[in-house]
Design a protein around this ligand. Structure first.
Ligand code: NAD
Length: 260
């Protein structure tokens, strides 16, 4: 389905981004991987996807907290492959504290990586996508782009902002062959959530398993985690012809979280 197309997935060395990258490569897209981590591990991920899916995979270590680096990554991918068809803005970080104790530096970092990086990437990619008359921009927001939880001021603000950005870009690209949508996952068991499970287990003196179950029971009626590969499937659907007229909107993949 995506043979000949080029996809960039930010924050794809781990978790959800990696699940999405594998799915898109499996459908034939050439790939730009991005994110932090151990160099040898990243090279093994890169080579593994290339071998399994018989596509070209390059790694770009651009820091998503730096606007120029984000734009540079888009330009470099275009130079390498001659086109950019799919941009998945997925890189993200989390930090929790009550608003009055929230460190300003953490606020800036979360807004930078979870929101401004998407702005810079989109601004650099849209002209190229419009010229091609085809493009898919998929922003990985969150249930926290739609509803709030305590102690997540920066994350909830950034994700609501990302949903707003999605609507504007959906409008500005309407009819051009480019679509822009946001995916809003509930709990996915990745390193980002593992830390919240460990924090809860330590705080409450309970096991990891009990903490994971409590996290689900509090928010996610299905009582099961969403998987990175299910989110890969959602992104693949948004890249399919069935989704040509879906733009400027959100798709929740949250086990019922936001239906409550
Ligand atoms: P993760 O920690 O497993 O992965 C985050 C990725 O982002 C990693 O590849 C990391 O290296 C990369 N990254 C972090 N800072 C970066 C930077 N400055 N520059 C480049 N890359 C950077 O987390 P995840 O759970 O897979 O989260 C991925 C996205 O999904 C995030 O935007 C997160 O907010 C969102 N999300 C996660 C959940 C969940 O339950 N895990 C739920 C909803 C939304």
């Amino acid at each position: 389905m995506l043979k000949g197309k080029v996809a960039i997935v930010t924050g794809s060395t781990s978790g959800i981004g990696l699940g999405i990258a594998k799915e898109l490569a499996g459908l034939g897209a050439d790939l730009v991987l991005n994110g932090f981590g151990d160099a040898a591990e990243i090279e093994s991920i890169r080579g593994g996807i290339e071998r399994e899916s018989a596509v070209r995979v390059i790694y770009d270590g651009a820091d998503m907290s730096k606007g120029d680096a984000v734009r540079g990554m888009i330009a470099a991918a275009f130079e390498k492959f001659g086109r950019i068809d799919i941009l998945v803005n997925n890189a993200g970080i989390q930090f929790t504290a009550p608003v009055e104790e929230f460190p300003a530096a953490k606020w800036d970092a979360i807004l930078g990586i979870n929101l401004s990086a998407a702005f810079h990437g989109i601004a650099a990619a849209v002209p190229r996508m419009k010229k091609q008359r085809w493009g898919r921009i998929i922003n990985i927001a969150s249930t926290h782009g739609l509803v709030a939880s305590t102690h997540k001021a920066a994350y909830v603000a950034a994700k609501h902002g990302l949903v707003g950005l999605t609507k504007v870009v959906g409008l500005e690209t309407a009819g051009s062959g480019v679509t822009c949508n946001a995916v809003c996952p509930g709990w996915v068991r990745t390193p980002l959530v593992e830390k919240q499970i460990s924090d809860m287990a330590a705080r409450r003196g309970i096991t990891q398993k009990e903490a994971a179950n409590e996290l689900l029971a509090e928010k996610q009626p299905s009582l099961d985690f969403v998987s990175p590969s299910q989110l890969g499937g959602t992104v693949a659907f948004l890249c399919s012809p069935a989704a040509d007229q879906i733009t400027g909107t959100t798709i929740s993949v949250d086990g019922g979280w936001t239906a409550q």
